[in-house]
Design a binder for this molecule. Structure first.
Ligand code: ZN
Length: 207
């Protein structure tokens, strides 16, 4: 129970950060964490991520069936369930619509220029998944090919998804991804970005 309580608090913490940073307008975005082998704690649909309280969270099984909680999970929960099914190492997932990262997803431009060290170390390679209709099985299918080797994904014309071994890591990956997208966009506006040298990137990857 202690662990469940901490997880609930951590999800609310991430929700407040998403909302306060403008990564999730209105009721957008969703967060989840693996409780144990067969249960996942997630945010309810129709609630602003800035106004979450621990008791609002919904407990679901690996197929998305509600085990406990008053609310209904988001229709985007299917994304999270697919990740948990494929990646046993992932214990937490954050989905949001941060403006810079989402703009890359909207114009279909991959976020793959090696411009800042932190993005290489903390975010890793960023996948660009094709557009999929929300609320359908197309959505989890769209991320499937990228899941095994990415912890950060852009969802075309939609938003971003970050994975981690805990809530804090998944949330910070979302923040670093957005910062990386912002710097990439701004640096192209004011001049010509100078990418990191291959040797510098190799050294970072060894860290
Ligand atoms: Zn979304």
């Amino acid at each position: 129970m202690e662990r469940e309580h901490r997880l609930r608090e951590a999800i609310c913490w991430a929700g407040r950060r998403l909302y306060e940073q403008g990564f999730a307008a209105a009721n957008d975005g969703n967060i989840s964490a693996r409780m144990d082998d067969n249960s996942i704690l997630t945010t309810p649909t129709g609630v602003s991520k800035g106004e979450l309280t621990p008791e609002m969270l919904v407990l679901v099984d690996a197929s998305g069936k509600v085990l406990a909680g008053e609310g209904r999970p988001s229709s985007e929960l299917v994304l999270h369930l697919r990740v948990y099914a494929r990646r046993p190492d992932v214990k937490a997932i954050v989905h949001a619509h941060p403006p810079y990262a989402t703009s890359f997803a909207v114009i279909g431009r991959p976020l793959d220029e090696p411009l800042i060290a932190e993005a290489i170390v903390h975010v890793g390679p960023v996948a660009l998944a094709p557009y999929a209709t929300p609320g359908t099985e197309e959505l989890p299918d769209s991320i499937e090919p990228f899941l095994h080797n990415h912890n950060a994904l852009l969802l075309s014309n939609h938003g971003a998804l970050t994975l981690g071994p805990d809530i804090k890591t998944a949330q910070f990956r979302m923040e670093s991804l957005e910062f990386y997208a912002k710097i990439t966009a701004l640096s192209h506006q004011i001049g010509t970005p100078r990418p990191l040298a291959a040797e510098a990137i190799d050294r970072l990857r060894q860290l």
